[in-house]
Write a protein of this length. Structure first.
Length: 111
């Protein structure tokens, strides 16, 4: 019987599946759109969108429906038919506590 090995995850923090009411305004290459956040970690997120972007493209994010503004910069790491995998490159210092609070809130909600 063959055993399948699972490669170790490259993620330093675990991803949290988000509820349907977490959205971002994102802009890339002069285009702006709104997208649902499917999952989130301190390292990045996955947004549901049909708008194509190239791997390596820089993205500006502003989270909606949250107490306190959260602005971040990211880069496209993965492109799928359902959306984009983004890695954070910068989170505004004033917004970082709000991001941590958002993640903690939904981490406890999903457990």
């Amino acid at each position: 019987m063959l055993k399948q090995t699972v490669p170790p995850s490259r993620r330093l923090s675990s991803c949290i599946t988000m509820p349907d009411d977490v959205w971002v305004i994102w802009s890339c290459g002069g285009c702006e759109d709104t997208a649902r956040v499917r999952d989130l970690s301190l390292e990045g997120l996955f947004i549901e969108t049909r708008s194509p972007s190239a791997i390596g493209a820089e993205v500006h994010l502003e989270f909606l429906n949250w107490k306190g503004q959260i602005r971040a910069e990211a880069v496209v790491r993965r492109v799928e038919p359902s959306g984009l995998g983004l890695k954070f490159t910068a989170i505004n210092d004033e917004d970082r506590p709000h991001m941590i609070s958002l993640i903690d809130r939904f981490r406890s909600w999903s457990e």
